[in-house]
Design a protein around this ligand. Structure first.
Ligand code: DAH
Length: 337
């Protein structure tokens, strides 16, 4: 057999062995058998030296080509075997059940918030957000509530240390601060709702908790009326809690609205809880001084705003009489929703 023929048959044998290796260790053994120091291919290369001068170039070329072919086959098989090694050992059982939703439910306050937001979105409102750590300006001054204003103590604020009076950081006492943040950034018209957490130093009892949730609304456009406010709020409450709900708007005072109202709510469920009316929100027509603070012309723009307490609404919705239940994380309570 000529050397060229030998090269070809050694190559074929080595290729077959590389390609049929079933795992990485046997591939390495096959590689050693062909290309290692004692390998079949290596010993062929050693014979090159004993060839006649004129035969060497052709034989050398054939050996190099064959070697490249072997290296390529080795690399290809290695990749295949590495992939195979990475796959799970046991075959996949497609009859197994799929991944289940984790046990547990959405918290009743989250469900209530989502439903209120959905009702407002249907009417064209967008959701806005703002910081829970606020400053006195956005929480009070810009809402027409100066430092000596009595409404300012009634809020009973958690102040954070670290700045001069008048600029103290605080935990926002209401989501109304976000009205200012949005109007500072955006030109009218505005139609937003702002769900969020607020903080007050109220003593905890069945209806008060130091932190609770509100949803703020703000609508600014030309020629907005109290009728728009009543219509919008009534529509949302009826879509949320049924057509038998009734709302009552009672005159009230807020420094950032004029006129201002409190909204009382009644439904068969409220009566079952032994009450005639429940107070659920403050609202009113945005005060011209607030518009001036954010650079809106009060002669051109008018608007209304409201702030609902989410816990109150959830209590009415589910017939719950103690607000603290929402925060105790007792699964016996939470699993009922
Ligand atoms: N910020 C008030 C509160 O926390 C609620 C409120 C009243 C919000 C009137 C408003 C409003 O936007 O216009 O009690």
């Amino acid at each position: 057999m000529s050397l060229l023929e030998q090269i070809d048959s050694v190559k074929q044998a080595a290729l077959a062995e590389l390609r049929s290796a079933q795992d990485l260790p046997s591939l390495e053994r096959a590689k050693g058998g062909a290309l290692g120091a004692e390998g079949s291919f290596t010993s062929l290369m050693k014979q090159l030296g004993s060839l006649a001068r004129e035969e060497r170039p052709a034989a050398g070329k054939a050996i190099n080509a064959a070697k490249q072919e072997l290296e390529a086959a080795l690399q290809e098989r290695r990749t295949e075997l590495e992939l195979k090694a990475a796959l799970p050992k046991d075959p996949t059982d497609f009859s197994l059940p799929g991944r289940r939703r984790a046990p547990g439910r959405i918290h009743p306050l989250t469900q209530t918030t989502a439903d209120i937001v959905r009702a407002f979105r249907r009417l064209g409102f967008a959701v806005a957000d703002g910081p829970e750590i606020e400053d006195e300006y956005h929480c009070f001054d810009a809402l027409n509530t100066p430092a000596d204003h009595p409404a300012r103590d009634s809020q009973d604020t958690f102040f954070l240390a670290g700045a001069a009076p008048g600029q103290r950081p605080l935990l926002r006492t209401h989501t109304s601060s976000v009205q200012i943040r949005v109007m500072e950034k955006q030109a009218p018209p505005i139609r937003i709702v702002v769900p969020g957490r607020v903080f007050r130093r109220d003593n905890a009892d069945a209806t008060h908790n130091p932190t609770f949730q509100q949803i703020e609304g703000l609508y600014v456009d030309r020629g907005v009326t109290v009728g728009d406010l009543k219509g919008t709020v009534t529509e949302v409450f009826q879509s949320l809690l049924g057509n038998e709900v009734k709302l009552r708007f009672r005159p009230h005072y807020f420094s950032y609205t004029e006129p201002s109202f409190e909204i009382d709510f009644t439904s068969p469920l409220v009566k079952k809880m032994g009450k005639e009316w429940l107070e659920i929100a403050g609202c009113g027509m945005v005060h011209p001084a607030v518009f001036e603070r954010v650079g809106y012309d009060p002669e051109v723009w008018s608007g209304w705003a409201f702030g609902f307490g989410i816990e109150r609404i959830a209590m009415i919705r589910y017939g719950i009489n103690d607000i603290r239940l929402f925060y105790e994380n007792d699964v016996r309570f939470l699993s009922q929703f």
